[in-house]
Design a protein around this ligand. Structure first.
Ligand SMILES: Cc1ncc(COP(=O)(O)O)c(C=O)c1O
Length: 423
């Protein structure tokens, strides 16, 4: 069920009118539906209930504390990829024993920070990383748990930038090398081999790639289980695809579960999952206001106050987002929906039928809850958008719009250049 629906021709987020939120908080504005988030989490937990997974919400998808907290209240753990995400997670009240830490380039500082917090495990992407974690743990007189990430070399049939389990990708270890890497790491004093991890990509719409990947890690798990008494986790990553286009078939959690659960039951390991997009993607919209409508000899451009710095997915991945008017209209125009940034790549929709609303009208970019705000930037010195979470008939500002002072926070002029300096 979509929580962003028209009531009497005006778009509402659950029980709150989107227009009223735009008037109160300004635009561009991200709006999230708490009930969508909860429903997605519950649907996945229900579909996977036979293996009782620890569902670690992938914080990179949307790292707002209110979003993290909504999932934690449902019982979720967290999947993080940086010291910054660990900081956010702890600030939101996360239980470190439900945090897993991924990423190919963890620094010594990040590793020590996570070891001090006693997180559940690190997903480890190379032998040198395992050595570094062991050294950090030794220094802190602790033992860290490792789950080596296997690169199963399967094609997830998704955009090449979000494919992470093919041999040419930087992620994980070749399947053939995993046992040897674990044997070596098993001899390191500061770590124990706790499990295996895989994450083959994002926005995956069919079950086959998951099935292929699981098939490839099966023997590795069997062997490691025999060799290491500490081996107990199989982390199957995230990647479940959602519906971005009208008519697109999302990967239903029941279908996904029907493929992976029988396999996971046979493995007899504790299951960890890391969904991001599935949980938040369709739980958010980006509301923008039309500034100008201009024509050139070839096409029409609808220029809004949201740009690639607010939502980079169309520019980066050619991603498709449905665009709807906040006040319903059946009139359409054909053209590009663009932002004010000085790049031809700054577009939100290209060569599309768009709702025909005039200057100052409001548009909503749908399916913007995942990898929207979390990938936003200050490019062109644009302040980042405000974020609001709606829960039933209540709306909460969960991130203030940035101010001009926020833009320059942390900048320092060299002493010699300060105005009034005699040097
Ligand atoms: C290691 C890892 N786990 C989980 C995720 C979440 O993926 P998704 O949002 O597609 O579920 C990602 C996304 O890049 C990832 O890199």
């Amino acid at each position: 069920m979509n929580e962003f629906r028209y009531r009497k021709n005006t778009l509402c987020a659950e029980g709150v009118s989107v227009g009223s939120l735009a008037a109160k908080y300004g635009t561009p504005l991200y709006i999230y539906s708490a009930n969508h988030l909860r429903r997605q989490y519950r649907a996945l937990a229900e579909a996977m209930k036979d293996v009782k997974p620890l569902i670690c919400y992938s914080v990179k998808a949307n790292s707002n504390a209110a979003v993290i907290r909504t999932f934690m209240d449902e019982g979720a753990g967290l999947d993080i990829v940086s010291g910054g995400e660990l900081f956010r997670a702890l600030r939101a009240g996360a239980d470190p024993s439900k945090i897993v830490f991924a990423g190919v380039g963890k620094t010594t500082e990040e590793i020590e920070y996570a070891i001090k917090q006693n997180i559940l495990f690190f997903t480890v992407e190379s032998e040198p990383e395992a050595s570094r974690i062991s050294a950090c743990a030794g220094k802190l007189k602790k033992k860290a748990r490792l789950a080596f990430r296997v690169n199963p070399d399967v094609d997830p049939r998704t955009h090449k930038y979000i494919s992470t389990g093919k041999k040419e990708n930087k992620f994980g270890l070749d399947a053939e090398r995993t046992i040897e890497a674990c044997e070596l790491a098993g001899k390191l004093p500061g770590v124990e081999i706790a499990g295996i991890h895989m994450h083959i990509g994002s926005q995956i719409l069919s079950v086959q790639p998951f099935a292929h990947a699981l098939e490839k890690v099966k023997d590795i798990c069997v062997q490691l289980k025999q060799r290491f008494p500490s081996f107990r986790y199989l982390d199957i990553g995230g990647g479940i695809g959602i519906k971005y286009r009208v008519g697109q078939q999302e990967l239903l959690p029941e279908l996904y579960a029907r493929t992976v659960v029988p396999f996971l039951r046979k493995m007899g390991l504790a299951v960890v999952m890391e969904p991001g997009r599935f949980l938040v993607g369709n739980g958010g919209i980006l509301v923008c206001r039309v500034q100008y409508i201009k024509n050139n000899a070839y096409k029409k451009f609808v220029v809004t106050d949201a740009a690639m710095n607010d939502l980079i997915r169309p520019s980066l991945y050619d991603a498709h987002h449905e665009i709807v008017a906040v006040e319903k209209t059946s009139d359409m125009i054909h053209g590009d929906l663009v932002g004010p940034i000085c790049e031809s790549g700054d577009f939100i929709a290209k060569d599309r039928n768009l709702p025909a609303i005039g200057q100052d009208g409001l548009l909503a970019v749908q399916s913007a809850g995942a990898y929207g705000f979390s990938m936003s930037s200050n490019y062109n010195s644009r302040t980042r958008a405000a974020e609001v979470m709606v829960d039933g008939s209540k709306a909460f500002l969960i991130r203030k719009r940035e101010t001009l002072d926020d833009l320059v926070k942390g900048e320092i002029l060299p002493v010699a250049r300060r105005r009034g300096s005699k040097k």
